[in-house]
Write a protein that binds this ligand. Structure first.
Ligand code: LLP
Length: 424
């Protein structure tokens, strides 16, 4: 049986497989909680982006905040991708993974001077600038280094991405980007600063978007701006249309990347902008359905009001359900054939918000292993050490080979940076 989301995660007989590796073998070898990713699923998700853009200059910049494990970055770097980064730490990860800094775009509303300096020294492709003061600071930092910083302004097109309010970023009330009506003046200011080279324009309207219309509306607004900016003699080389394409967690039906890009390119061409280089910043759609979180059932607590299934993964390992009330599918790694009951799947953390799934029909017993599906994006990258819990191990599967790509965090590592007070 193939599960919705990815053909790389499917049952063979009663056993759940991630590509050629059974969840049973993986948990026996690496323990739980365990993130497992399929390398092939990541490359399969990238393919329609590359195909749809093949006919013109383009750069797919993987938004690495979705999953920044070095082996994941290495996979995308080797496939020719660039990266969308949002911190100096992410830049160091790109460099450590062998990524090309000349293919990096640096986004984010709060870049520090130190981060700007490091990114200029490394030679990033572009800074995506989100405010007027940031333009001034970057020009200053670049001038001090005797360099010119390539910039694109992130414009806020004021469109509704129709997604969860925490991950919608293109509306007027969001902290992101430069307001549409202020963008032309901001570009004129950027062009007047000594340390900057204006190279492009960008927008990103939100995440887990499942319709094409918000993208096309935003694109129209961005192209209006491109025309207004170029009419003032400022040349824009590239269009960076952000990320945000949704995935199937349960029954969502997002457009495929090639359908979405095809519609965007048709609009770009129809409006006479076909010569421009296209940059995209997909995150979730490249890795989300390539990963699962495997967790062991510790205890069953049936009660007249609610049945609780306590597992060894918690909100610190996978924050999306607690933070966004995200619904992610949870399936058994071995179908037992037992009688299904309705369970809330909860973790050991001391908060009622610590749940991974609610009201799930499952046949479970202590010692069973469950898989939270579609956990490849914003899973491990948002994990914390709350309750002094070490973060899970991560494994990359390629065919029938499984490689540990991050060791389970030990308690000794958690304590290592902390210092006790000196006793007088
Ligand atoms: N570009 C920029 C400037 C972004 O802020 C983001 C995501 C992306 C690209 C990639 O978006 P994607 O293709 O992954 O949707 N933690 C949330 C998602 C936060 C997204 C933040 N920005 C979640 O778990 O749903």
């Amino acid at each position: 049986m193939t599960l919705p989301g990815s053909p790389h995660i499917a049952y063979r007989g009663n056993d759940l497989f991630i590509d050629g590796c059974s969840a049973r073998d993986l948990t026996a070898r690496f323990g739980t909680p365990l993130y497992v990713y399929s390398r092939q699923a990541m490359l399969t998700a990238l393919a329609p982006y590359r195909q749809a853009l093949a006919s013109r200059p383009h750069l797919v910049c993987y938004a690495m905040k979705a999953n920044s494990n070095l082996a994941v970055l290495q996979t995308f770097a080797q496939a020719g991708c660039g990266f969308d980064i949002v911190s100096g730490g992410e830049l160091e990860r790109v460099l450590a993974a062998g990524g090309d800094p000349a293919k990096v775009v640096f986004s984010g509303v709060g870049k520090t001077r130190a981060e700007m300096r490091r990114a200029l020294e490394a030679g990033v492709r572009c800074f995506n600038i989100e405010s007027l003061p940031e333009l001034d600071v970057l020009s200053d930092v670049a001038t001090q280094l005797g360099k010119r910083a390539p910039v694109s302004l992130r414009v806020n097109p004021d469109v509704d991405a129709k997604t969860h309010p925490y991950i919608s970023t293109g509306l007027k009330g969001n902290k992101f980007g430069i307001a549409h009506e202020e963008a032309v003046a901001a570009y004129q200011h950027a062009a007047s600063l000594p340390g900057l080279d204006v190279v492009g324009i960008d927008c990103h309207i939100g995440s887990q978007i499942t319709e094409t219309s918000p993208y096309l509306d935003a694109l129209d607004r961005v192209l209006d701006l491109v025309e207004a900016i170029e009419a003032r003699g400022i040349k824009l080389h590239h269009l960076d249309l952000g990320g945000g394409l949704g995935i199937t967690y349960t029954d969502e039906t997002p457009p495929s990347a090639d359908t979405l890009i095809g519609q965007m390119l048709a609009k770009i061409d129809a409006r006479g902008h076909g010569q421009r280089e296209i940059l995209l910043e997909p995150g979730r759609s490249l890795v989300g359905n390539a990963g699962v979180l495997l967790t062991e059932v510790l205890y069953l607590k049936p009660s007249p009001q609610k049945n609780f299934c306590v597992v060894d993964a918690a909100m610190n390992d996978l924050m999306r359900p607690a933070l966004y009330e995200a619904v992610m599918r949870i399936v058994p790694c071995q179908s037992s054939g037992g009688t299904a009951q309705t369970w809330d799947i909860v973790g050991p953390v001391c908060e009622s918000g610590d749940w991974l799934g609610r009201d799930r029909e499952l046949a479970v017993a202590p010692g069973d292993t469950l898989a939270v599906l579609s956990a490849g994006a914003y899973g491990m990258s948002m994990a914390s050490n709350y309750n002094t819990r070490g973060r899970p191990a991560e494994v990359m599967v390629d065919g029938d080979r499984a490689t540990l790509i991050r060791a389970r965090e030990t308690t000794a590592e958690l304590l290592a940076a902390e210092l006790k007070l000196l006793q007088t």
